[in-house]
Design a protein around this ligand. Structure first.
Ligand code: N7H
Length: 453
């Protein structure tokens, strides 16, 4: 079994709180920082065990992670065995499909040494803990950037800013939680544990840490909504509103409630969405609704390139290949609700989106692979009737320009085999990367080793 007392809370189970601050810092005085880390910061770090029980949950949960330049600033020169981590996200921006002209300056380069993740029920609690941490660390750090995340209000709680329920499909963690629900997968996310692809090349202190990929992904919500409104799918008996709803759902692969298109392709089913025994119980190789229709090769129920199919192709590939590329997501929305003025003008004026967090044991196999080999690859999933499926309609990019996406229109694609392509053209990106960084989130004992380095 894993030592959950030693593993930071966000990695395996998330922060279990509705607001979260990402505080990015530079280290200006390594000696003081290390002294304070050992004596006053490590005691504040929330472990997995602590977050799991309401009796031990702190008012504000605290995690910390370091970039490669941060570890170097602290005198930690061990090779963690992850070349992408060493390179940093800025130098890989093009590889993952970003145009760095949209990046905030603070992320451009390798100035960020670390990030504190502070999570609580209120922003006031978070600010109190931040003041505490800043007073402990004093001038040994400087703030470079911070991003305040928060769950959306009311009925939208748990939904990201486009309106879709998030956090439905999460792999179980081998050695910690076995898959409990039908269709749930499992994988390896911790460094130095069995299943770690680079088990032999890690320094001992890195055991039970995980690589944290952070991305600030802006979402152009009024523009996205306008696109849906202007292009309702013309499906029999659907009102234009329902046709727009269907287009959005086919882009994602789930309805806004979270119900998977593959199981309920023509209408939302909130009861199915809320049932963990059914909401992941599907596989794209199964011939539904009609046995013999080879759903594997048509996209009647779910487009080949729908967001959730691109990032988790459930049977489109051999499971042993898919398993290598699972990530644990621990993202939270940031920014306010769309204002009336923005909605009326179909134009974003306030920054909002997703503070994207993914954990993996190897950044290439996880985030970089998903982003470059699947999401932004017009040919993926390979071997289908249509060789040019298009990029991921939600987060894929061809440099900001129009994107041809196959199969979004359910009728034309399957019925008219003479025009199997029949793409829907998405004129622009509605998710824009504002930058990010790669971090390593050490175990609590690993933090001790860093402090002593
Ligand atoms: Fe995605 N969205 O609202 O459309 N994502 N995602 N994601 N995503 C998922 O199953 C979304 C992003 C994954 O196992 C759902 O929990 C948005 C990046 C993976 O079936 C929804 C953004 C990457 C899964 C969204 C965004 C991923 C997943 C369904 C950016 C990886 C699990 C809810 C603003 C590089 C797939 C759920 C599975 C699910 C949305 C980003 C990956 C609704 C808006 C950058 C692995």
């Amino acid at each position: 079994a894993l030592d959950t007392d030693n593993i930071q809370s966000d990695i395996l189970v998330g922060m279990h709180k509705n607001t979260e601050l990402f505080f990015f810092f530079g280290i200006t005085d390594a000696a003081t920082f290390k002294t304070q880390l050992a004596s006053n910061i490590i005691p504040l770090i929330t472990s997995t065990t602590e977050i799991l029980s309401v009796d031990t949950q702190p008012v504000t949960a605290v995690n910390v992670a370091f970039s490669n330049t941060g570890l170097l600033a602290l005198g930690v020169t061990d090779d963690l065995g992850d070349p992408d981590f060493v390179a940093g996200q800025f130098s890989e921006a093009t590889t993952v499909g970003d145009d760095t002209s949209t990046w905030y300056n603070e992320f451009a380069g390798t100035n960020i040494h670390g990030v504190f993740l502070l999570a609580s029920d209120t922003v006031d609690n978070i600010n109190t803990e931040l003041v505490n941490i800043q007073s402990i660390l004093g001038d040994s750090i400087t703030e470079i950037y911070s991003l305040q995340g928060a769950a959306r209000p009311g009925d939208e709680q748990g939904h990201e800013h486009f309106g879709f329920m998030d956090g439905i499909s999460q792999p179980a963690v081998n050695g910690f939680t076995n898959p409990v629900y039908p269709g749930q997968t499992s994988g390896f996310f911790l460094v130095g544990e069995i299943g770690d692809p680079d088990l032999d090349s890690r320094p001992t202190w890195a055991t039970d840490g995980s690589f944290l990929v952070f991305r600030q992904l802006q979402q152009l919500v009024p523009e996205f909504n306008q696109f849906l409104t202007d292009h309702p799918l013309d499906v029999e008996e659907l009102t234009p509103e329902a046709g727009s709803e269907l287009l959005g759902a086919r882009m994602v692969g789930r309805w806004k409630s979270g119900a998977p298109l593959f199981l309920t392709p023509t209408a939302d089913d909130p009861v199915l969405a809320a049932d963990p025994n059914r909401n992941n119980d599907f596989n794209y190789t199964v011939d539904i609704p009609d046995p013999g229709t080879e759903n594997h090769f048509n996209q009647t129920n779910c487009p080949f390139g729908a967001h959730i199919r691109k990032v988790h192709p459930r049977g489109d590939l051999d499971p042993s290949v898919e398993n290598l590329h699972f990530i644990i997501r621990s993202s939270i929305p940031y920014g306010p609700e769309v204002t009336d003025v923005e909605a009326a003008s179909n134009t974003t004026t306030v920054d909002r989106g997703l503070a994207f967090v993914a954990y993996q044991a190897n950044i290439f196999n996880g985030f970089v692979f998903l982003q470059s080999i699947w999401i932004n690859n017009i040919g993926f999933p390979f071997g289908k009737l249509d060789p040019t499926i298009g990029v991921d309609p939600i987060i894929g990019t061809l440099g900001g320009g129009p994107k041809n996406i196959s199969g979004l229109d359910p009728l034309v694609y399957y019925l008219n085999q003479s025009d199997p392509i029949h793409d829907v053209v998405i004129p622009q990106d509605y998710v824009v990367s504002r930058g990010g960084e790669y971090f390593f989130s050490p175990s609590l004992s690993g933090l001790g080793a860093i402090a002593a380095a």
